[in-house]
Design a protein around this ligand. Sequence first.
Ligand code: HMG
Ligand code: MG
Length: 302
Amino acid sequence: MNYPKHVQIVEVGPRDGLQNEKQEIPASVKIELINKLSAAGFHNVESGSFVSPKWVPQMATSADVFAGIARKPGVIYSALTPNMKGFEGALAAGAHEVVIFGAASEAFSQKNINCSIAESIERFRPVAAAAKANNIRVRAAISCAYGCPYQGEVSIASVIDCLERFAEMGCEDIGIADTIGVGTPALVYETLSAAAKAFPVEKISGHYHDTYGMACANVLASLEVGVATFDTSVAGLGGCPYAKGATGNVATEDVLYMLHGMGITTGIDLDAVCEAGQFISQALGRAPHSRVNRALAAKRAG
Ligand code: HMG
Ligand code: MG
């Protein structure tokens, strides 16, 4: 199999990982986590969201977080921005990349961002244009590409339709997301093969929640298509407040262990990520969800 030789990992733990946590996490803890992750070698750390604090209270501290981090040269600190108000927040905070997040499912679009897919595209258009005017990268996310918690099945055609709209806006990267972790490798392969016909494969990324334990297998299926960028979350933290029952993103440690074991480089220090995973898990009062993190901790201890 002809896998990519190098893979880029976008660490989304500080955003996707923490957004669904009910307990208040001080900005200082988020800042320390982001600093540990930057030191571990990620090229992109998704560090917060400029969304309504009524909708996602945990992300209300994002401006403080961006103000407090020790920025490592070369690292992209990215943020979610659903509309122009969010973009202005991200611009003021000095985010290097904004993420506009739509959905392939009409029902999820309504629940997550309170508008139809078509309305969301009209809201994203000025965000993408303003980002370009300010030399800020634009990434897009397509939620519910493999299934929706409200409407069930989602067609590949609706994923491609959404992808084409984001492509037309000039997005530098388009992430195809399994929000509720229901996808299986053959469907991932089929979807990404169709996506790669509509948009350059090197600008497509995979975002897998691990609810059904399929995420590493889905990363492998993506590699087979030539996709070489993935969003992962330290310690396997995460979930979306508007996708009930969905668990965290695929754990960064698990993906790194798999990739490095296959001889694929990432530029990321797995031990340093494990340490960051232990740090945030202790702060949350639980063990890391990452099996690799737990296995390596047991090996070190014993
Ligand atoms: P809305 O209520 O329709 O917004 O929410 P509105 O424009 O009518 O404004 C209502 C109020 O919200 C106003 O304040 C606005 O100022 C304020 P008020 O006058 O009532 O005091 N407001 C904002 N405040 C801060 N920042 C903003 C902002 N915009 C409006 N940007 C809105 C629409 C999009 C704002 C809301 O639905 C929202 O914030 N949704 C965010 C949901 C979210 O963050 N979900 C999780 C992230 S997506 C995800 O996890 C999926 C992903 O990981 C991929 C995957 O796994 O699928 C990316
Ligand atoms: Mg997600």
